[in-house]
Design a protein around this ligand. Structure first.
Ligand code: NAD
Length: 456
């Protein structure tokens, strides 16, 4: 099939590359000429394991092209996937301007092609407030004007469940594919497209568009809920002197509960969970439906970062109110990305903590295996972004571990101790065992477990 991806971000690019790899002809359209140029040269603007190899392979096979021109992109397409961003503000209002611009461009091209064009399915793949796919259809029809009745097209919704850091793997082996359609022929076309990806027997669920849109929010809200839940339990453990690691073992052995997505830490970040829980709250407000669970999940996630920062301040004997200051202290950070194996720093806990530390006058040095470049662009000169993990710890009065990258799991402890001004670790991902850290000569604070302090 001939496919167009509108937007070459984490979702559009991964989807385009993987669908090209199963033999489809894919054109990726983006409004950012620099991105398009870079992709034409086989350089991915985002870090995702395995992505560049597939990119090169499919460009060489002439199945994957890049353009900024909507006419080039849409004219021969059987299916057009809208994969643009849907960011939201702090209250949860979704910025629909990218979706609307993408829909208008599709409408204009369909209109220019007239009634003789082959039937197209316009698929909304971005995560969108419920009702958006039908609004996209109405927008395209409005653009077509009186010609609309003669132009063959249908809309579909197809939420994406890939995880950054394992996006290619997730796209190629999805737990399920969800498709929302109004017309049966569009559903059949979607099935045909996705069949190569579900040979393992995993299902393709075809349903109405409103339910399909809601599946995505319900899934992300549930996952965010698990994270906030285990963090709340961790905070209780900390207060009572219990160990969340042991509690987790005991609790997760119950098969009704399971152990996935129940890791205590600094809370969730990234471009999806924060935005999608806020969107659920906003959709509830719009429809007059209370959403106390989502509100609590969101609030706890914010509190979790604040609590961890308070731990750092308390360690240094500094109060957050009344002019307390971290001036003269150097704080190193390991991990800036919101999770390992991605360069995405959107709404990352590390960014919040680094900004707070600088706000209180500390000198901040940070290292991330792949997100350094994004951090340099985002954070400005007040933050020293280091190219080596030990440089970020050199001279530090404390080291804060924010992302559970593999390279942070077994560092050279003796080297670390020798380069830090004070051997103190704030372990925001519970990577290290408290008693072991004490015997290694470190003061260590984590989440939901006792702090251990070395004698000086
Ligand atoms: P992104 O910000 O990485 O990429 C969006 C791209 O769209 C950018 O390259 C931008 O230049 C381009 N764009 C904007 N307007 C355009 C237009 N009118 N025409 C062509 N290109 C345009 O976004 P993302 O992380 O890929 O997310 C896209 C959508 O998918 C969002 O709704 C998000 O919630 C959802 N989603 C994201 C993930 C994820 O892990 N990132 C997972 C599942 C779903």
């Amino acid at each position: 099939m001939r496919l167009t991806m509108v937007g070459t971000g984490y979702v559009g690019l991964v989807t385009g590359v993987c669908l090209a790899n199963t033999g489809n002809d894919v054109t990726c359209l983006d409004v950012d000429p620099a991105k398009v140029e870079s992709l034409r040269n086989g350089v991915s603007p985002i870090y995702e394991s395995g992505l560049e190899e597939l990119l090169h392979h499919n460009i060489r096979a002439h199945r994957l092209t890049f353009t900024t021109d909507p006419v080039m992109a849409h004219q021969d397409a059987d299916m057009i996937f809208i994969c643009v961003g849907t960011p939201s503000d702090e209250r949860g209002h979704t910025d629909m301007s990218y979706i609307e611009a993408a829909a208008d461009a599709v409408g204009d091209v369909l209109k220019s092609l007239g009634p003789k064009q082959k039937p197209k399915v316009v698929v909304v793949k971005s995560t969108v407030p419920v009702g958006t796919t039908l609004a996209v259809k109405a927008r395209i029809i409005a653009r077509l004007g009186p010609a609309a009745k003669d132009i063959p097209f249908a809309v579909a919704n197809n939420p994406e469940f890939l995880k950054e850091g394992a996006a290619i793997e997730d796209f190629n082996k999805p737990d399920r594919v969800v498709v929302g359609v109004e017309e049966a022929w569009a559903g059949e076309r979607m099935r045909e497209l996705y069949e190569p990806f579900v040979r393992n027997g995993h299902p393709i669920y075809v349903m109405d568009v409103l339910s399909s849109e809601m599946v995505k929010y319900a899934s992300n809200a549930m996952l965010a809920c698990k994270i906030s839940f285990i963090n709340e339990m961790a905070n209780l453990c900390e207060a009572y002197g219990a160990d969340i690691g042991r509690v987790r073992e005991g609790m997760c052995a119950d098969r009704r509960i399971g152990n996935q997505f129940l890791y205590p830490g600094l809370g969730y970040g990234g471009s999806c969970f924060p935005k999608d829980t806020r969107a659920c709250i906003m959709m509830g407000e719009k429809m007059g439906v209370p959403t106390p669970v989502n509100k609590a999940v969101h609030e706890l996630n914010t509190l979790q970062r604040d609590r961890f920062f308070t731990k750092i301040m308390t360690h240094f004997g500094v109060k957050e109110t009344g002019g307390g200051s971290l001036a003269g202290k150097t704080i190193g950070f390991w991990g800036i990305a919101f999770k390992p194996r991605t360069d995405d720093i959107r709404e990352a806990p590390a960014i919040t903590l680094m900004r707070k530390a600088v706000g209180f006058g500390a000198t901040v040095k940070a290292f991330d295996p792949v997100a350094n470049e994004n951090a340099r662009k985002e954070m400005g000169p007040a933050f020293a972004i280091c190219d080596d993990m030990y440089d970020a710890a050199t001279g530090a009065d404390a080291l804060v571990v924010c992302t559970d990258w593999d390279e942070f799991k077994s560092p050279d402890w003796e080297r670390l101790k020798s380069i830090m001004r004070e051997p103190t670790i704030f372990d925001g991902r519970n990577l290290y065992k408290p008693e072991q850290m004490k015997s290694r000569g470190f003061t260590h604070a984590s989440v939901g477990r006792r702090k251990v302090t070395i004698e000086r």
